[in-house]
Design a protein around this ligand. Sequence first.
Ligand SMILES: [Zn+2]
Length: 282
Amino acid sequence: MWIDTHCHLDASEFDADRGAVVGRARAAGVTQIVLPAVALTNFDSVRQLAHTQGFGYALGIHPLCVERSQDDDLHHLRAALAERRGDPRLVAVGEIGIDHFVAGLDRERQARFYAAQLRLAREFDLPVIVHVRRSADTLLKHLRQTPVGGGIVHAFNGSEQQAGTFVELGFKLGFGGAMTFERALQIRRLAQSLPLEAIVLETDSPDIPPQWLYRTAQERAAGAGSRNEPGELPRIARTLAELRGLALADVAAATSANAHAALPRLAALDAAAAATAARGPA
Ligand SMILES: [Zn+2]
């Protein structure tokens, strides 16, 4: 059993064949997928998809969507969290965070939206799913000011020291396609050296294609697709197993347990599903 802790299954890249994508994921043993929202505009679609497909979802405003979000959207997010607080498939506030990689973004505004969403996570007693790019120290500063009940720092790309601090604050770190590139030295070093308890797996589909799906800009211009999908998770996990010298089954068990520890409501969902399966057909 595998858990993809971060997948944008509602993205338009999947419009033509979403059902087949989910079918391939299930066939590959990916039994649970977390669908983070990115802005008000996709709150309904992630929730509905999670309910029709049996997955978990998160509600939040992504740092790259902050520019085109209104201040009032934070009130709408609060209202949505209040309305769905009893929904067992709502497992986190996310995707939230700060991006210092993309040039020309309003850093103050990103920080304000991030801090406000940390306060919402506290208010609704939910973990958070965090986006980090060249922003780990700023993210950590806000987490010290507004501690939350942990969560996942997705597609982690910071230093060993920053990784350690997130772990101390109760976070798991997400690893995915980036780890499959031999030149991703820092990410591979972390995947190898962090305590296994700190690691969860993700695809970030349709983004971050693993090495075997990667296409150069030239190939893409010539029409080659490089879409990532949740069914790639077990093959991505093979890289983690090789880096750590572990059996694939042990990686599956450990990373699934870690995802459940980071997202308690996801654990409850999967426990309920397992109990139903054990009872067999009525
Ligand atoms: Zn994402």
